[in-house]
Write a protein that binds this ligand. Structure first.
Ligand SMILES: *[C@@H]1O[C@H](CO)[C@@H](O)[C@H](O)[C@H]1NC(C)=O
Ligand SMILES: *[C@@H]1O[C@H](CO)[C@@H](O)[C@H](O)[C@H]1NC(C)=O
Ligand SMILES: *[C@@H]1O[C@H](CO)[C@@H](O)[C@H](O)[C@H]1NC(C)=O
Ligand SMILES: *[C@@H]1O[C@H](CO)[C@@H](O)[C@H](O)[C@H]1NC(C)=O
Length: 390
């Protein structure tokens, strides 16, 4: 924890100019100490890291022969003026991350070079993200993933300063402007039209881009939206009704459970990224993120939950949706380890869901490629057991 950064944010909110403290690097999802712990535990053959590691090593996305497929015009959504090709970037982002982790744990340059090839291919090729409104899912979901691969790889000598700069420029010039525009304009829709995950993914990429480009203004823009934003990604709108049992209903709970779980996934990414820069969003408002995670986990485990009728400009939902109930995503060990092991909180249902997802994977969760071939299986980087167990 770096209290200085927290103070910097508070001060800037009060319009007192301060000299910002430097960002911590690596410091998106994983600090240097985290990465060192992963390598140590894997090399010592200790569970559950070993099972998580074997899953990563066994993935087609973690092989040094991996060939990236960058595109100049990234397209998500139909109908559109372009042909959808966004699986190229979610597969390649998953590969860049898995290869970067594999390099960091083994020190074998074959994996570092393969990861660098993926990132370099995209920074040298991609210039525009288009499609229908779904283009804003692409600008949100894939930017933070590329940033995380690059942040791990920044210590690899084969990923040169020029290469890092090129990747940072891609995030700043192509991804960030769309993140910003979406959070301000919401594609010209009513501010409550887009479900929470649209805001949240764009926040995750904005925050990650702020860190990776050392831009305090950008980082604060994301933080301020999390605290005070007008759309559904602001924390009091994503987790909008708190109950006495410590759970909190999610904005997408009446929609379906896959997207509710995605909200939880992205809140985890945002909170972990901020935490590694000294801003504790996990604890914010009496651990409000945990309340949302507990609600989703409780219902998806098969328990009844309270439900308050949800109304926005488009829908009125009187019951929770059982669509995709039991949705499995590799997102829970991040939350479990923080709230239970670091904060010492109880987190009953989050603990059970982390167990469920670990057991589903044979002792550890997997990453991209282990949860289907469509986009949902790649919305999160995964390998949470390997990367977040402490
Ligand atoms: C590795 O992948 C192969 C082929 O998909 C599978 O049969 C095997 O069980 C996997 N091993 C591990 C440790 O996951
Ligand atoms: C990566 O770095 C190498 C060596 O500096 C350079 O030749 C290559 O053009 C760079 N690629 C990108 C995309 O920055
Ligand atoms: C930091 O990001 C903001 C947008 O949030 C931008 O206006 C500013 O130019 C950036 N600063 C630098 C030094 O790039
Ligand atoms: C799912 O929810 C619908 C609508 O509330 C309900 O009619 C249906 O019985 C539920 N199905 C299960 C398996 O609970």
């Amino acid at each position: 924890m770096k209290p200085s950064r927290f103070l910097a944010f508070v001060s800037s909110a009060l319009s007192i100019s301060v000299v910002p403290a430097a960002f911590v690097h690596p410091g998106l999802l994983h600090t240097a100490a985290d990465l060192t712990r992963v390598a140590r535990q894997v090399n010592a053959g200790v569970e559950p890291w070993l099972t998580g590691w074997n899953k990563l090593v066994n993935s087609t996305y973690a092989q040094s022969s991996y060939t990236p497929r960058p595109v100049q015009l990234l397209c998500r959504g139909t109908p559109a003026s372009c042909t959808q090709n966004y699986p190229n970037i979610y597969r390649d982002a998953a590969a860049a991350y898995a290869l970067a982790v594999r390099w960091r744990v083994t020190g074998d340059p074959a994996y570092g070079t393969a990861a660098a090839n993926v990132l370099n291919a995209w920074s040298a090729t991609l210039t525009e993200i288009s499609g229908n409104s779904d283009k804003y899912l692409a600008s949100g979901l894939y930017g933070y993933q590329l940033a995380n691969a690059a942040e791990i790889l920044r210590d690899y000598e084969g990923f040169t300063v020029a290469n890092m700069t090129a990747l940072v420029d891609l995030l700043v010039d192509v991804f960030y402007p769309m993140n910003h525009r979406f959070l301000v304009e919401h594609n010209d829709a009513k501010v409550d039209h887009y479900w929470a995950n649209w805001d949240l993914c764009n926040l995750a990429t904005m925050m990650s881009t702020g860190v990776i480009s050392d831009n305090q203004t950008m980082f604060n823009e994301a933080l301020d939206y999390f605290y005070n934003g007008a759309g559904n990604g602001a924390i009091d709108k994503t987790i909008w009704t708190l109950y006495d049992d410590g759970t909190g209903q999610l904005q997408e709970s009446g929609r379906d459970q896959g997207h509710s779980m995605l909200d939880v996934a992205l809140l985890g990414v945002i909170a972990q990224t901020a935490y590694n820069q000294g801003v504790n969003l996990f604890a914010y408002q009496n651990s409000r993120i945990l309340a949302g995670a507990e609600y989703a986990a409780k219902y998806n485990l098969g328990n009844d939950v309270q439900f308050t009728t949800y109304v926005n400009s488009d829908v009125t939902q009187t019951v929770i949706s059982n669509n995709s109930r039991g949705n499995v995503r590799p997102i829970w060990d991040l939350l479990y380890n923080h709230y239970v092991k670091i904060d010492g909180l109880e987190a009953t249902y989050t603990t059970q869901y982390a167990d469920l997802v670990r057991n589903d994977g044979g002792g550890a969760d997997g990453g991209g490629g282990y949860y289907g071939t469509t986009s949902g299986g790649f919305d999160q980087l995964g390998y949470n057991t390997l990367m977040f167990t402490i």
